[in-house]
Design a protein around this ligand. Sequence first.
Ligand SMILES: [Zn+2]
Length: 68
Amino acid sequence: MSKPPLDLQIDDLVQTRKAHPCGGDTWRIVRLGADIGMRCETCGRKIMLPRAECERRIKRFVRRANDA
Ligand SMILES: [Zn+2]
C-alpha cells in the first residue's frame, strides 16, 4: 500500500527536511502537476520536483493556502 498523495495546494507554505543552500527551509507551492513547483521564501529561487520527490522533502505544512 502506498501513502495517499499529500493534498498540496497553490500557495501552501511548507517546511522541508533539509534547508536550501541559502539557509531557508520554507517554500511556497507555485505549480501543481506531475512536477511540483516550489519557490524558496528566503531567496526566491524556484525549483521543479517530481511529486514523489517533493513529498519526501516536505516535513510539515507551515500554512495552508485555504486557511482563513
Ligand atoms: Zn533559498
